[in-house]
Design a binder for this molecule. Structure first.
Ligand code: ADP
Length: 172
């Protein structure tokens, strides 16, 4: 599996699937969620309505519509409430659920945004460590997904993910 941390806009990614840091309504919102819905067009919201929501840590898959990606995998990340409310486990569950859904749908390449580190206020360093470890562990144990991108919107986020990757791969 090839793992790449890049800086950019996830709506431009030509991967089989991109992940949306959604909310539990799945009816759109701000941040990356708003950007994905704007770029995909109104058909995306119409398909999202059919799910009647999604629990935090779980994931649902839709088509990509006007996006270059074939699918969008929507996952509501945990809102940070201090860290003693299962936030780390829920964030890990988001990454696992998305990878599992991607594999079930024969996706070879997947792009993730930095789930929960925007308005949901999850501490960036901890979120990056959980994301990198969960993705690398999952892909070591399951075959099928060949390429995973972490798409960081800004340079600080990318630097923190780069550091988490260094730490994780040196620990092995
Ligand atoms: P959450 O509600 O899960 O915290 P946000 O959308 O507020 O989600 O933020 C998650 C991350 O996505 C933040 O790092 C934010 O800067 C980033 N982001 C916003 N727009 C985009 C985009 N178009 N592509 C990639 N990442 C984005």
């Amino acid at each position: 599996m090839r793992f790449q941390i890049v800086q950019g806009d996830i709506t431009k990614m030509r991967t089989d699937a991109i992940v949306n840091a959604a909310n539990t309504s799945l009816l759109g919102g701000g941040g990356v969620d708003g950007a994905i819905h704007r770029a995909a067009g109104p058909e995306l919201l119409a398909e999202c309505r059919t799910f009647h929501g999604c629990e935090t840590g779980q994931a649902k898959i839709t088509k990509g519509y006007r996006l270059p990606a074939k699918y969008v995998i929507h996952t509501p990340g945990p809102v940070w409430h201090g860290g003693n409310n299962g936030e780390p486990e829920l964030l890990q569950s988001c990454y696992r659920s998305c990878l599992s859904l991607a594999a079930q749908n024969h996706c070879c390449s997947v792009a993730f945004p930095s789930i929960s580190t925007g308005v949901y206020r999850f501490p960036l360093k901890l979120a990056a460590e959980i994301a990198v470890k969960t993705i690398l562990d999952y892909c070591r144990d399951h075959k099928g997904i060949e390429e995973v991108f972490m798409v960081c919107f800004d340079s600080n986020t990318k630097a923190v993910y780069d550091e988490a990757f260094k730490k994780e791969t040196m620990a092995i």
